[in-house]
Write a protein that binds this ligand. Structure first.
Ligand SMILES: [Zn+2]
Length: 359
């Protein structure tokens, strides 16, 4: 088996490459040139950033796949005593993928984004960009091991790092060493931003890896799934989803909560009976967010419903309203405490069935 020191050496090399690339990207995002461009024309800033990130994913992604290929060969020689099937480095990610990810990073995470302070907008964009750039730089390294393992007919495994591993990664890591096939590669090759899982080759009859115990990970996975639902994160998702709120049709209890939506034009209408109220941003402001709820609104909520200033949060989502007997789709904002009962709902803007279906 490979020693923990040898594996650490590989991890350190990988981290150095990713950190160097993200350091360059962060310096570009902090440069006067970028900030001036973004302030004047965000779309032009996105286009310029696509070129910058393309050069980093080409150069650093290429270094990562070279490194992964060397590591694959090193493992092979130390386990089998000689090099039978040398690895072939995978290509860096496509320029189309880079463009898509950068455009996503610049897209507005919510409808009030333009009203954020410049500093906050840049921070959000920067976090999304470095997260997805890191994933795109690691991708050819992971691909190199999976492809080379497939060609050499040896197994490979997904090995998590660090104290916290998301459920999706736990599930895959708990499978242990598997042979490359279309089915395994499809799932095993999906990574979310900020995922630090490694793909490692397993030579020999019973491959082992330092610090990796799939049975133990399976126990953790089972224990975790008894709680909240397992999420399947991908790089291009932001925030998490939770169970939609069921709107009661009629009968007792239906009136216990005021699910009336203020249209802010003098009218108040009910949510459409039986349709769900879908949460898209559960921590928009207040608890769990760096954004604050206005003092006067907080005072009013506490007076009406109780709780304290730390408990309330602002949430938004999509709902169907019943307006003059007809269904109308809308982005709905509201406030809630930990009981997740929506209070003081109001319509932010009308939207479409597609917005609702996609939420
Ligand atoms: Zn992971």
């Amino acid at each position: 088996m490979l020693s923990a020191e040898e594996y650490d050496w590989y991890l350190m090399q990988c981290d150095t490459i990713v950190n160097e690339a993200n350091g360059h990207l962060s310096r570009w995002l902090a440069s006067d040139e970028f900030v001036a461009l973004y302030t004047k024309d965000p779309e032009a800033a996105a286009r310029a950033t696509i070129k910058v990130v393309m050069s980093f994913t080409d150069v650093y992604g290429g270094m990562m796949s070279e490194l992964a290929a060397q590591f694959f060969d090193y493992c092979q020689e130390s386990e089998l005593g000689r090099l039978i099937n040398p690895a072939s480095p995978a290509s860096p990610v496509s320029h189309e993928q880079v463009a898509r990810n950068v455009q996503w990073a610049f897209s507005e995470p919510d409808s009030d984004f333009a009203g954020y302070r410049l500093e906050d907008r840049l921070k959000i964009i920067g976090n999304k960009l470095t997260g997805s750039q890191a994933r795109m730089i690691k991708q050819p390294a992971r691909g190199t091991i999976i492809d080379s393992a497939g060609k050499a007919r040896v197994r490979y495994a997904r090995v998590p790092r660090g104290a916290k591993t998301c459920k999706f990664c736990l599930m895959l890591a708990s499978r242990g060493f598997v042979y490359a096939s279309k089915a395994t590669a499809g799932e095993m090759n999906r990574f979310h931003d900020h995922c630090d899982c490694m793909i490692v080759p397993g030579f020999g009859i019973d491959p082992q890896w330092p610090g990796y115990d799939p049975d133990e990970l399976y126990e953790q996975y089972k224990a975790g799934t008894l709680g909240e639902a397992a999420g399947v994160p991908t790089g291009e998702q932001d925030g998490h989803k939770r169970e939609p709120i069921k709107i009661p049709k009629v009968g007792p209890g239906a009136k216990s909560v005021n699910y009336t939506v203020d249209l802010r034009d003098g009218r108040k209408v009910p949510l459409y009976p039986g349709a769900e109220l879908r949460t898209t941003r559960p921590n928009y402001a207040g608890k769990g967010s760096t954004r604050k709820i206005e003092d006067s609104i907080l005072d009013d909520l506490i007076k009406k419903y109780g709780g304290n200033r730390e408990e309330w949060r602002k949430v938004f989502g999509n709902g169907i309203l019943k307006v003059s007997g007809k269904r109308r789709y809308a982005e709905v904002h509201w406030y809630e405490m930990d009981d997740e009962i929506p209070r003081d709902l109001y319509k932010k803007r009308w939207n479409t069935k597609k917005d609702y279906d996609n939420s």
